[in-house]
Design a protein around this ligand. Structure first.
Ligand SMILES: *Cc1c(COP(=O)(O)O)cnc(C)c1O
Length: 232
């Protein structure tokens, strides 16, 4: 299967899931998670109409930017972002999906202010409260949202989450419902119903995520094929 065929099939599945939920398929954005796939694969996905590409390693994103891999599509940063790498991402990524701490908000604000621009972000919720993962814990979410709102050079467009990898389907569905509830609460209480994006769902669960309210799905394997991890 080519990348274009994969994208066409995923679009059909997205449309079916959206219709089942009584929603407009056109409101769901397909983000290709292109880690470990080269510039040629990125260009192929863009030519096939992917809505955006998402990278999760700064070094890889920087190298592929130099190859002009993302021309023609918005670039998202979707991985864990360390504070000392913020300078390499602000102003380069159209959307940073993974902002999950006050320290990171501060660093992004400082960098964006220095560049005289506004950085679009999603706040990340650590829905499974996993210590190894980044993101605001659910109980900190409203405070995180208030803090983000007060940063002049940051614009929050929505919420992103990755449920625990080991969750079975039923548990995963409950996580999606919880994420959506947090999204709605934060949207009403802090952002006056202006938020656009609820980013949840990957190759294995994007249809469930859409039925649960996702408006953005991040899909790697199902778009690009399986990743080959090599020894460094
Ligand atoms: C890799 C990645 C994805 C996509 O994972 P697949 O299971 O390959 O679809 C989604 N979100 C993030 C943050 C990722 O790093």
């Amino acid at each position: 299967m080519s990348i274009a065929e994969n994208i066409a099939r995923i679009r059909e599945n997205i449309a079916a899931a959206a219709r089942e939920a009584g929603r407009d398929p056109g409101e769901i954005l397909l983000v290709g998670a292109s880690k470990m796939n080269g510039a040629a694969a990125c260009r192929e996905a863009i030519a096939a109409g992917i809505d955006a590409l998402g990278e999760n390693r700064v070094q890889e994103m920087t190298a592929k930017l130099q190859e002009n891999a993302y021309a023609g599509a918005p670039l998202h940063f979707i991985g864990h972002l360390q504070r000392n790498k913020v300078k390499q991402v602000v102003g380069k990524a159209d959307l940073i999906q993974s902002v999950g701490s006050l320290e990171l908000l501060d660093e992004i604000e400082k960098t964006a202010a220095r560049l005289g621009m506004t950085q679009d972000v999603l706040l990340e919720v650590n829905i499974g409260q996993e210590t190894a993962k980044s993101g605001f814990f659910p109980a900190q979410m409203l405070a995180g949202a208030e803090a983000a709102l007060s940063r002049e050079h940051i614009r929050v467009l929505g919420l992103m989450a990755i449920p625990p990898a080991e969750a079975d389907r039923e548990t995963n569905l409950r996580y999606f419902d919880k994420i959506r509830a947090i999204f709605i609460d934060m949207d009403e209480k802090v952002f006056h119903n202006k938020l656009q994006y609820l980013s949840m769902g990957m190759s294995g669960d994007y249809a469930d995520a859409i039925r649960a309210g996702a408006t953005m799905v991040r899909i790697g394997t199902a778009v690009f094929g399986s990743r080959h991890y090599t020894e460094e």
